[in-house]
Design a protein around this ligand. Structure first.
Ligand SMILES: [Zn+2]
Length: 90
């Protein structure tokens, strides 16, 4: 009843919202238009699958995750910290 159920649900809602925000943010940051055949950062070829999945992609997976890390650090929304603290509680 007023036990863990409510709390778990609330945490899940918060995670859902956070993930939704992150997805929207990632979409807003995703370039549109022609995909690059080679990574802008390291020059490695970008797999066709990745280019098809992400129109306008400019980087390989490794470089993109580096860029994503930089984005997380440069924006202090606290969303990532919230995910981390939720994960610890679950
Ligand atoms: Zn790269």
């Amino acid at each position: 009843m007023a036990g863990g159920w409510t709390r778990d649900g609330a945490v899940q809602d918060q995670i859902d919202d956070t993930v939704k925000d992150a997805v929207l943010r990632a979409r807003a940051l995703t370039p549109q238009g022609d995909s690059a055949e080679e990574c802008d950062d390291c020059g490695e070829p970008i797999p066709k699958k990745r280019r098809d999945a992400l129109p306008g992609v400019r980087t390989c997976i490794a470089c993109q995750s580096e860029r994503d890390k930089a984005v997380v650090h440069s924006r202090s929304t606290g969303a990532e910290a919230r995910i981390a603290s939720c994960a610890r509680r679950v």
